[in-house]
Design a protein around this ligand. Sequence first.
Ligand code: DSN
Length: 420
Amino acid sequence: MITALEQYDPQIYELLRQEATRQSGSIRLIPSENYVSKAVMAATGSCLTNKYAEGYPGKRYYEGQQVTDLVESLARDRAKKIFKADHANVQPHSGAVANLAAYSALASPGETIMGLSLPHGGHLSHGWTVSYTSKIYNSVSYEVDTETGQFDFNKILELAKKHKPKIIISGASAYPRKIDFKKFGEIAKSVGAYHVSDIAHISGLVVAGLHQNPMPYADIVSTTTHKTLRGPRGGMLLCKEECAASVDKAVFPGLQGGPHMHTISALAVALKEADTPEFIAYAKQVIKNAKTLAESLMGYGFKLFTGGTDNHLILIDLRNKNISGKKLAKALDRAGIVGNYNTIPGDPAKPFNPNGYRIGTPAVTTRGMKQEQMKKIAEMINTVTENIDNEDVVAKVGREVLLLCSEFPVPEHFIIPNKH
Ligand code: DSN
């Protein structure tokens, strides 16, 4: 397939080769990114990209579904098994669409939803002002306690009593600690609200049994499939039987047309991989690596939001270093260490120029890196931070990054040959 691409479209071939080189030659610390297996990649690039399959297994609007029905049923069954859910919808094209579908399954336009505010670690689609979710619904945001970094459940309950939301959303995109989904479920129940839990970041940790599974406490659980779960890019909804029909209707025909069957086949593969002892070992290592990276960074005087991590993610508060998140992110990127600048709860700096830097360990763990390499990565982050305007030092760290990467190769399908 790669040969065909090279022959027909050398420009795109060359760009993909460059991206493969970037992905294998850099330390990728964006906590929502990963490397999929060769099997997942093969299914993603399969003939199923040619097939329309509007509808669901056994009830489609096109013929020729002999194979697609079996593929989607397999994906659904595997998802139900590992997330302990009554029902799974594997069609959402992304996490944001999955979230919107969950809301529209439970609430009518104009009703109130309540989610974690974006600068406090929530996701845009949790009702943040610039998201369409806040135009359709009346959106109220709750926050974390900026001193402790914990959720103040008394305040969340107070807010819920005041605004009487139809839906309370739990879950986060930039939160380094465990989330008590049971408590969110109790609050939702006490005010007569539905509970939607977005576990996009941590779903791989949930299936590995390393984080509380919100399934018993939420009406609908939403996730992306490509973060710690290590599947193809997409979204998924899991729910109790009583929500199954409304969830399915909300995804199709409510928000989407034809599902991406090639992605669904790749998701089925990833879900099979996630149901193995090897996956549990990977997920445990993700957390061990994050803890070591966090401790090593603190040893260099970095201040971390909440003082550490319980999961795959670390949020560095750079205010004591007098460097903006963007400046550090760009300098580290030049050295081949790739994270993202991020807001810090309680810091008034705007999301486009915040004082935080967000990193995580899923991708480096998939490459086989362990605690020893996390200490080295912390040292390299510190060296760049201390020499932020010295391009010679940044370039020297870049050479160390390449050396480290060469010792931990990524899955072989990333190596696209350069014949030019
Ligand atoms: N944009 C994703 C992240 O990087 O956290 C959330 O979906």
